[in-house]
Design a protein around this ligand. Structure first.
Ligand code: S3P
Length: 448
């Protein structure tokens, strides 16, 4: 389904975006383990989140729609038909978090399957720790389809070998399903929605950030220096009594979807406001990026609901400058990197992105997909093993973009199309349904 996009003359407005995908997944999947009902407000119609909801139903959750609210009533004990195959579609979060729940549910045997893209994505990162805890996995070369036999798991301590909220959450959910204690340590803190949701709706979870100590410098006692008391940056502990009791989850707007509209403001040097958008600090690295490349960022009406901050964000664009991104900065805006790369094409100077090899195992190889599409619009772009080098250009031309089955690639290059000389096409715009089915209506509403 090809879509034609034309350059626009005007950009601006105020919008709201659908509910946060990461939070919605967790609400749907945690309902399987909850002791009481969950009332969920603003659950998005994103295909990915609907996969998690469908999976919850398969495990015995009763889903009732009351107006625009969902009421999820958990089963007495998670159960599913013998040798069930549960389809996770395109959704890595559904597959990895659900794997944790199954792994810790003694007596359940379930096969998780997915579409072509999900079947290419690595599962070894969850198979290794969950097998160490005692679950049994059968997966060809660490990929879906993956058969899991849940067991009574053993208490577990794990240092994440990579920054991944999905791996961290799989281990926490496995511990909760098996009522065994788990400790997860992170070198680079990843998004913390699972921790916040357990703390808001349940009990038994503590998280601590390791802060540097200020100590005398042994080389010069008149000076002080910073020393990390531990070798990791964050520790999450779920006790054997960790549980979800039930309650209300009011999902804020998805920051990662809002980012595409903030980028439209940035490139056009105009103003766009997104209301009631999630502002969890593990997700908002993109706002700091916008500030550093020259935009004005205003946040108003910040409130915290169910442990998750939200507020109104207004971005006003300006002539954009290039920036170097690496390390923890990259983790803080990982899902936003395709649109960061598009903005780099409209910036003065050379943007360098390093430490982003995780992008190669997302819904597509996003490094390759971004480089391919940037070149199509006439941008000089180098593909590195762990990143990209992008030279900003002028009067870039409309192009025939390829989305590689990836919703964020489609959205990033649809935004780019608005600011190119001449028409562009997107080869399969339908992929936006994965995270934001109304994306093109929203894009039309802020541009003319
Ligand atoms: C997600 C975590 C991130 C992110 C993905 C959603 C989540 O993946 O890229 O889109 O909801 O936990 P990793 O945990 O693999 O880094």
């Amino acid at each position: 389904m090809t879509k034609k996009l034309l350059p626009v003359k005007k950009v601006g407005g105020t919008i709201t975006v659908p509910g946060d995908k990461s939070i919605a997944h967790r609400a749907a999947l945690l309902s399987i383990l909850s002791k009481g009902p969950l009332t969920i407000k603003n659950f998005p119609d994103a295909a990915d989140c609907q996969m998690s909801l469908a999976a919850a139903r398969r495990f015995g959750v009763n889903v009732e729609e009351v107006g625009d609210t969902l009421v999820l009533r958990p089963p007495e004990k998670p159960s599913v038909e013998t040798d069930a195959i549960v389809d996770c579609g395109n959704s890595g979060t559904t597959a990895r978090l659900l794997a944790g729940i199954v792994a810790g549910s003694d007596g359940l045997t379930v096969t998780l399957s997915g579409d072509e893209s999900l079947s290419r994505r690595p599962m070894k990162r969850i198979i290794d720790p969950l097998s160490e805890m005692g679950a049994e996995f059968f997966a060809d070369d660490g990929h879906l389809p993956m058969k899991i036999s849940g067991k009574r798991l053993l208490p577990f301590e794990y240092r994440l070998p990579l920054a991944s909220a999905q791996v961290k959450s799989a281990i926490l959910l496995a511990g909760m399903a098996s009522s065994c204690s788990v400790t997860v340590r992170e070198d680079i803190p990843s998004r913390d929605h699972t921790e916040r949701m357990i703390q808001s709706l349940g009990e038994g979870l503590t998280a601590r950030k390791v802060t540097p100590l200020i100590v005398p410098d042994p080389d010069d006692p008149r000076k002080k220096r910073r020393e990390m008391p531990e070798s990791f940056k964050r520790e999450v502990v779920l006790s054997s009594r960790g549980r979800i009791n039930g309650g209300t989850v009011d999902i804020p707007g998805d920051f990662s979807t809002a980012a595409f509209f903030f980028a439209a403001a940035a490139i056009s040097k105009k103003t766009i406001t997104v209301e009631s958008v999630g502002l969890n600090p593990t997700r908002t690295g993109f706002l700091e990026h916008l500030r550093l490349i020259g935009c004005t960022v205003e946040t108003a009406g910040k409130v915290t609901v169910g442990g998750e901050p939200r507020g109104k964000v207004t971005i006003t664009g300006a002539p954009l400058r290039a920036r170097k991104l690496s390390g923890e900065t990259v983790t803080g805006l990982l899902d936003e990197l395709p649109i960061v790369a598009v903005m780099a094409a409209f910036s003065e100077g050379t943007t360098i992105i390093r430490d982003a090899s995780e992008l190669k195992v997302k819904e597509s190889d996003r490094l390759m997909a971004v480089a391919d599409n940037l070149k199509r619009m006439g941008v000089k772009c180098g593909l590195l093993d762990d990143g990209l080098v992008i030279e900003g250009g002028k009067d870039l031309s409309g192009a025939d973009f390829r989305v590689f089955g990836d919703h964020r690639i489609a959205m990033a290059f649809s935004v780019a199309s608005l600011f190119l000389v001449g028409p562009s096409t997107i080869d399969d715009h339908s992929v936006v349904t994965v995270s934001c089915p109304g994306f093109y209506d929203l894009l039309n509403s802020i541009s003319q």
